[in-house]
Design a protein around this ligand. Structure first.
Ligand code: URA
Length: 439
């Protein structure tokens, strides 16, 4: 099978067989297929698309390009969760403990920040002492003992995706539904859970800018999972505005703990309860209403917070900062961003705010950059709030020399208007193998 012919087949709109996909992906991982050939093939996929069956096969081939985690030694239905990325998106730190507190084992691998979006592993590492690189046996044994472990994704998972993603990043082939769906789902299939809840974010801070694109991506990923024998559901959530008020690693941990203690921001709490409820549905814990009640109970009785502390303690973290966030190492300095005009905030572009927090040191500008865990942004006013000139909009935390660039970026995403903007839905739709339910 010549790679030249396979590129030509996709260029001309053909549908690949599994053997052909194995030749392309396997050849690329082995180094027999060159970067320029893979780039040409991925551009052909970008322009010609893939059938649902072809995308599911590609995903399975990519998943099998690395280690396949076996969670069968953990009793029960193991449920994973994946967010397609956001700003101030700290839901994993809330829902993994909530769901585990309801008796569903969670063995989760998470990522680091990517571009303007944050990552759970970076946030966890802001809790002093926390280890996110556990060996396979320790990871499984922690889940067997306390029902919950969240660690960084091992290097050996979906090896093909790592190479393909890096190439897509520099060849304008990232925003392609079959390629995004196979990239995400290959890692999820390889991670071994029986069921997967996807949080497909949409809006300015997300990869998918519109709800319709989000639904398309969700349908594609649900189909891939279902064809590969997993239970999958997806919630389409809003990411035009960051979730909650805090953006930045230790600040996001603190806000997540507020949610688990029952005093978190309403938007974040609501999204977490809905995601947790859907994970419990996937684990056969009851109807959507019954599962929502279970999640609410785990919040109200403090069992979710207790489970979170157990997990951090098991992974070496200093849980005193979870009890009392004033014990986190303080930022170098703070600075107040004030409104430069009067009116309703009609837009606060989440991507700009995420980029501003990266400029403050909460994310990486290049590979390997060290993070400032205390750096970040606290939003005091968000879309829909009315402000007068000079009102406090946000507080920046970090090194003083970084404030000016972050201010410029934040202000670029701000728009004021005379009218209260229409309220945004937090959750737009639920996608399952049975169809799309819009809210
Ligand atoms: N996240 C991934 O893991 N892959 C993509 O292609 C996009 C987002």
């Amino acid at each position: 099978m010549r790679i030249y012919d396979l590129i030509a087949k996709k260029r001309d709109g053909g549908t690949h067989t599994r053997a052909e996909l194995e030749a392309i992906v396997g050849g690329y991982v082995r180094g027999d297929v060159a970067d320029y050939q893979m780039a040409a093939w991925m551009m052909a996929v970008y322009l010609r698309g893939m059938t649902p069956g072809e995308t599911a096969e590609l995903t399975d081939v990519m998943a099998h390009s690395g280690e396949m985690v076996d969670l069968s030694s953990i009793p029960g239905i193991k449920v994973d969760k994946h967010s397609t990325g956001g700003v101030g998106d700290k839901t994993t730190l809330v829902i993994a403990p909530l769901v585990a507190a309801c008796g569903v084992p969670i063995a989760k691998m998470s990522g680091r920040g990517l571009g303007h979006t944050g990552g759970t592993v970076d946030k966890m590492e802001s809790v002093p002492g926390t280890r996110t690189a556990l060996g396979r046996e320790e990871f499984l044994s922690q889940v067997r003992q306390i029902g919950l472990a969240v660690i960084g994704q091992s290097e050996g998972i979906a090896v093909a995706d790592k190479k393909m993603y890096a190439l897509r990043d520099v060849t304008a082939t990232v925003s392609c539904i079959p390629l995004i769906a196979s990239s995400i789902m290959s890692k999820k299939l390889a991670s071994g859970a029986d069921a997967i809840l996807l949080d497909v974010t949409t809006g300015t801070g997300a990869f998918m800018k519109t709800v319709e694109e989000g639904i398309e991506l969700a349908k594609c990923m649900v189909e891939i999972g279902t064809r590969n024998g997993r239970r999958v559901a997806a919630l389409i959530t809003d990411m035009d505005t960051p979730l909650g008020h805090n953006i930045g690693n230790s600040m996001e941990v603190a806000e997540s703990m507020d949610v688990l203690k029952g005093c978190g921001p309403a938007d974040l709490t609501e999204v977490c309860l809905q995601l947790a409820a859907q994970m419990l549905v996937l684990a056969d814990k009851g109807s959507a209403e019954e599962c929502r009640a279970l999640a609410e109970k785990a919040l109200a009785d403090g069992s979710g917070f207790k489970k979170c502390c157990e997990m951090f303690a098991a992974q070496g973290g200093d849980v005193r900062v979870l009890e009392d966030s004033s014990l986190f190492a303080p930022p170098q300095a703070s600075w107040e961003l004030r409104a430069d005009q009067e009116g309703y905030i009609v837009a606060n572009d989440a991507e700009r705010i995420g980029s501003a927090s990266v400029l403050l040191g909460a994310g990486r500008q290049k590979k390997g950059d060290a993070l400032d865990f205390a750096a970040g942004i606290r939003m005091h006013k968000k879309r829909g709030d009315y402000v007068r000139k000079g009102d406090l909009l946000a507080t920046f935390y970090g090194a003083p020399e970084k404030f000016a660039a972050a201010e410029q970026e934040y202000r670029r995403g701000l728009r004021y208007g005379p009218e209260l903007p229409p309220a945004e839905k937090l959750i737009h739709a639920l996608v399952t193998k049975d169809g799309v339910q819009r809210f």
